[in-house]
Write a protein that binds this ligand. Structure first.
Ligand code: SAM
Length: 435
């Protein structure tokens, strides 16, 4: 999502102001920070990074510094108090107003702050959709992101997103389809649909009725040229039977699902206000696997939520084994200002939490390696994304179940599907050869 927003900022400035990206901060006329406030660490980083560019501004007074994203949304004008040399503060919903804000700063000489939530307006004022990694060595002409909804209305007790990005707002189907058609025309074969809770999508269809995520997926899959569909992130509460049934009938939907569960303890899930139990989560997994047995399921976990006991943590490890999660994201709980969980008493020492996180990550790594080993000898249809990051000589391709395979091939294959036999596994990275 942040990568997508950053690409949009760059698009907006290119379209309105003719700006291009520079490689070095010293060459820039404007420096933008796109920030994340999901955990405290990400937020602290913003202020230390700002401190570094302050020095540049001393030697180049015309340099403008802008801070966008969720830290901007949460802190607003407080950023100017702590870092008065910042010129513009804008939120995730006002990134399209960036050119006006920069112009206003230049003409008035006053710092500008706009962190409002003008709802869907953002989507109406953005230039064409973005390709994944549009610049740099990882340029991938075959895959693109399409944002379909914004915000979150779930209000999990740990999470800051509803306060920084606002409530769920979906784009109309026709607007999404326009983006997809344009991308397909440019040779894009795989789209990743983005949103905080994509499966909560409720957009206006062509006849004016509200349609759901399953309907949107079918409409996109019907577009000529689009061969693969991914989406992230989804919420278990919105995993409807209609969506699960699509895994039986829609082969363009990839065999990878990122479905955050956070914890394997019902007590903790209730305290987090997730709105589902462990059994309900397992039921979703069971129904999807019934129609797509080879699907890889990944998740997000929060370790050390206030009041998490050893027993609760063991329940999470048990769920991990039962589901057999593939590579997942796991974090230590980070209290966020303004969220209900930040008020809860938290008596677990940090060393205990850190040891639990390590155990959980070790277990997931083992399962991840099992998935990779299980792919040895198989033939995978993979989309070539670019030059491999590893040695810069080989190509890197993404499999249907979201694994990167490095292999020898010609540069012309970038952006195309190829068939690769998996010949080796180093930890969880795959090696292969063209079939
Ligand atoms: N749709 C997702 C869901 O089901 O919750 C929302 C994705 S959320 C924006 C990204 C992830 O950040 C969450 O799944 C959660 O694991 C993590 N996260 C959010 N708030 C956190 C906090 N206060 N401390 C630690 N991790 C947090």
């Amino acid at each position: 999502m942040n990568e997508y927003d950053s690409a949009k900022m760059s698009d907006v400035l290119r379209a309105c102001e003719g700006m291009i990206q520079t490689e070095r901060p010293e060459d820039a006329d404007v420096i933008l920070f796109n920030t994340c406030s999901i955990r405290e660490k990400a937020e602290d980083k913003v202020y230390s990074d700002l401190g570094r560019v302050r020095m540049l501004k001393l030697s180049k007074p015309k340099l403008l510094i802008a801070v966008g994203g969720c830290v901007a949304s949460q802190e607003g004008a407080a950023i100017l108090k702590r870092a008065p040399y910042v010129d513009v503060v804008f939120g995730p919903q006002t990134l399209h107003r960036l050119p006006q804000l920069l112009r206003a700063r230049r003409s008035t000489g006053l710092s500008q702050v706009d962190i409002s939530f003008p709802e869907i307006e953002k989507f109406d004022h953005l230039p064409s959709p973005v390709q994944r990694h549009p610049e740099g060595p990882q340029a991938n002409p075959g895959a693109a992101y399409v944002s379909i909804m914004e915000g979150c209305s779930k209000y999990c007790t740990f999470c800051v997103v509803p306060y920084t990005r606002g409530e769920e707002v979906s784009r109309p189907v026709a607007d999404v389809i326009n983006d997809v058609e344009e991308l397909a025309g440019r040779g894009v074969k795989e789209v990743t649909l983005l949103g905080q809770n994509v499966n909560a999508y409720r957009g206006i269809g062509d006849d004016g009725d509200t349609v759901d995520f399953a309907y949107l997926l079918q409409s996109i899959a019907a577009q000529e040229g689009i061969e693969r569909l991914r989406y992230t992130t989804s919420h278990p509460r919105d995993m409807s039977q209609r969506l699960i049934d699509l895994y039986a009938t829609q082969p363009k939907l990839v065999s990878h699902l990122h479905l955050p569960v956070q914890s394997g303890s019902d007590r903790i899930l209730a305290a987090m206000k997730r709105g589902h139990t462990v059994l309900e989560y397992k039921s979703i997994v069971r129904r999807i696997r019934a129609v797509r047995p080879d699907i890889c399921i990944t998740s997000d976990f929060i370790v050390g939520f206030p009041g998490e006991t050893e027993q609760d943590f063991e329940a999470t490890l048990k769920l991990i084994d039962e589901v057999g999660f593939d590579s997942s994201f796991s974090y230590l709980y980070s209290p966020r200002p303004g969220t209900p969980a930040a008020e809860l008493r938290d008596g677990t020492p940090i060393e205990v939490k850190a040891a639990r996180l390590k155990r959980l990550q070790n277990r997931i790594e083992e399962l991840e390696a099992d998935v990779a080993r299980g792919m040895l000898g198989t033939i995978q249809r993979a989309l070539v994304e670019g030059i491999s990051k590893k040695d810069g000589k080989e190509l890197a391709a993404r499999t249907d179940n979201n694994r990167i395979v490095n292999f020898r091939g010609a540069k012309e294959m970038i952006g195309q599907f190829v068939e690769i036999r998996i010949t080796g596994v180093v930890r969880h990275t795959l090696r292969g050869e063209l079939v």
